[in-house]
Design a binder for this molecule. Structure first.
Ligand code: 13P
Length: 252
């Protein structure tokens, strides 16, 4: 089954409004003609309202870096799906390893956040991935399998089809140390196999699984050539047009 590649920039806590506007304008100039890749950028929440109009009518969608599981209420510092919907968001990243590591996100919370995204017609990008310690202990498949089960517990196949998964080995994030295409493919294939078991083969074949962790213009081609890698979630290289553009245009 042909899955449209999805390449999304996770800007993390970078770029204020004017820098974000410059980047978005540079991306539009080079990416508006791209039709065979789904493209997204996820700025900090305060920047979304200023870049949304700049992206109107373009091939580039925008999203948020998190979403709360409730629609409103006493949750200081959080943002709901309804609020993101109002800003025209397409995506909400959930369960990023930085959220797990620094803010105590658990699989159960990620599950709830992703469900809230679906309620508001946002595509959750659900992140999983092992630490270096877990990889070295030979526990990669076990850890990622457990995360997938926890994040998707209680989901229907119809719900899953509206999500995107992202495999991001923690040791590859921001380190310049990318998983080899073979290492990434092994985990992606395991995830797809698990989805076949938990849901069904059609759903598992339809779902897109991004790789994330030091994706750069010089390694994107070999990663995207793997049969179960359907896109990229990009940190550092998404902050510069001269890197993000060739990354999205990996087929050129
Ligand atoms: P880097 O591309 O900077 O390694 O970050 C990856 C990431 O965490 C994307 O969500």
């Amino acid at each position: 089954m042909a899955r449209t590649p999805v390449i999304v920039g996770n800007w993390k806590m970078n770029l204020t409004r004017s820098a974000a506007a410059d980047l978005v304008n540079a991306l539009r100039a080079k990416l508006d003609g791209v039709r065979d890749v789904e493209i997204g950028v996820c700025p900090v929440a305060t920047v979304i309202p200023s870049i949304a109009p700049l992206l109107a009518g373009s091939a580039i969608r925008h999203g948020a870096q998190n979403v709360h599981w409730e629609d409103s209420g006493a949750f200081t510092g959080e943002i709901s799906g309804e609020m993101l919907r109002e800003l025209g968001c397409t995506y909400a990243i959930v369960g990023h390893s930085e959220r797990r590591q620094y803010f105590g996100e658990t699989d159960a919370r990620v599950n709830q956040r992703a469900k809230a995204a679906l309620r508001w017609d946002l595509t959750p990008i659900i992140c999983v991935g092992e630490t270096l310690e877990e990889r070295e202990a030979g526990k990669t498949l076990e850890v990622v399998g457990r995360q997938i089960r926890g994040c998707l517990e209680g989901w229907s196949a119809e719900e899953l089809k509206k999500a995107v998964l992202a495999y991001e080995p923690v040791w590859a994030i921001g380190t310049g140390k990318t998983a080899t295409p073979e290492q990434a493919q092994e985990v992606h294939a395991m995830i797809r196999g698990l989805l076949t078991e938990l849901f069904d083969a059609d759903t598992a074949q339809a779902i897109r699984i991004q790789y994330g962790g030091s994706v750069k213009p010089d390694n994107v081609k070999s990663l995207m050539a793997q049969p179960d890698i359907d896109g990229a979630l990009v940190g550092g290289a998404s902050l510069k047009a001269e890197q993000f553009v060739p990354l999205v245009r990996f087929r050129d």
